[in-house]
Design a protein around this ligand. Structure first.
Ligand code: AMP
Ligand code: MG
Length: 337
């Protein structure tokens, strides 16, 4: 506290000021004897002899002396060394995920600051139908900008790569060129079509497929693989091409991948709300249902399926609807960063 440092044994008696200590000042050379005090600022070290600080709000200067409005007790407003922890104490067990406070603690005890680089996440769409100036049989690449923005919003260093034709050689070339990239988000080409080459190309390159196919609607064709690279395995999120699937699967998995790579705590993406009306789900997979959100209340938006980006763009949230459907009432949902 800003105030005066003094000896508590002198009680309420007025004190003579013998000096001032600012934060960072060396207190050596100042000694507080009976009846004396030292003006002291928050963060300054306590001078020899003093055992308490009285805050400036409880002081009055009068007749060349400093009068106290409180009776000081030993240790008042003094932070003692080793009050947080003692030398040799375990502060963070090995493997503790780092957060900002823990990084601050490491700095406090003199550990070097861990690297804070953002994970580089690259985004590459696949599909011969993608073009900037589409003719009626073609479409624009909406997934590329959408996934790049999502990766950025999730805290990655996001890089959008040129989109790729449905060609195994082009895919293989891109997958061999991942210097400086930790995570690659692809969209399209992981399903059952004759030009869905990504799974086979990954196999050929020696990737370890962690899973291919997800019991979730939208998102059935989703694939996650680890691709060996001299700089460490690259994480490949092979997202489905349909925009809702691509977005929602990346929304679910990318935060987990980023947390694991950063060594931070794995986020729980689920929030709790109230479904405003029942939703049918006759399929055999849980459904992510785009909804409007008003506080905790979620109102389902009738959607045209996993290509209906117009509907997803209106939505504030996606509710989790288990197989068989859900009645109005408590539900969990994802927000849509
Ligand atoms: P695919 O998974 O490659 O079979 O693609 C599934 C559907 O998503 C198809 O209708 C594609 O045209 C569409 N699609 C694929 N990639 C994109 C993209 N980057 N942007 C918009 N739609 C896409
Ligand atoms: Mg495709």
């Amino acid at each position: 506290m800003d105030g005066v440092a003094l000896r508590s044994v002198d009680g309420e008696a007025p004190r003579r000021n013998i000096g001032t200590l600012y934060a960072g000042d060396d207190p050596a050379g100042l000694r507080v004897d009976a009846g004396a005090c030292v003006r002291i600022m928050t963060g300054a070290a306590l001078p020899e002899g003093a055992d308490a600080v009285v805050p400036v709000e409880r002081l009055r200067a009068e007749g060349g002396l400093i009068h106290l409005e409180v009776l000081p007790k030993p240790g008042d407003h003094v932070r003692r060394q080793a009050s947080q922890a003692r030398s040799g104490d375990l502060l963070l067990p090995p493997g503790t995920p780092l957060n900002a406070a823990r990084i601050g603690l490491l700095a406090q005890v003199g550990d070097p600051m861990p690297a804070l680089e953002r994970i580089v996440v690259a985004v590459a769409s696949t599909g011969d139908e993608l073009t900037a100036e589409p003719r009626p049989h073609q479409i624009r690449d909406s997934n590329g900008p959408m996934l790049t923005a999502l990766a950025h919003r999730l805290g990655a260093e996001a890089r959008r790569l040129p989109s790729l034709p449905d060609d195994p050689a082009a895919l293989a070339a891109r997958l061999r060129d991942l210097d400086g990239i930790r995570v690659l988000l692809t969209s399209g080409g992981v399903s059952m079509g004759q030009k869905d080459h990504l799974p086979a190309v990954l196999q050929d390159l020696g990737a370890r497929i962690l899973f291919h196919k997800l019991r979730l609607k939208p998102g059935k064709p989703m694939l996650v693989a680890l691709l060996p690279h001299p700089g460490g395995d690259r994480v490949i999120l092979g997202l489905p091409g349909n925009p809702l699937s691509a977005y929602l699967n990346a929304r679910l998995f990318l935060p987990v991948v980023l947390a694991r790579l950063e060594g931070t705590a794995e986020p729980d993406p689920w929030r709790h709300g109230e479904l405003g009306e029942g939703v049918r789900n006759p399929g055999d997979r849980p459904l992510l249902q785009p909804c409007l959100r008003d506080g905790q209340r979620l109102l389902p938006l009738a959607s045209q399926g996993s290509g209906d980006l117009a509907k997803l763009a209106q939505a504030d949230a996606c509710a989790w609807i288990p197989e068989g459907g859900a009645d109005a009432g408590p539900c969990r949902y994802l927000d849509l960063p």
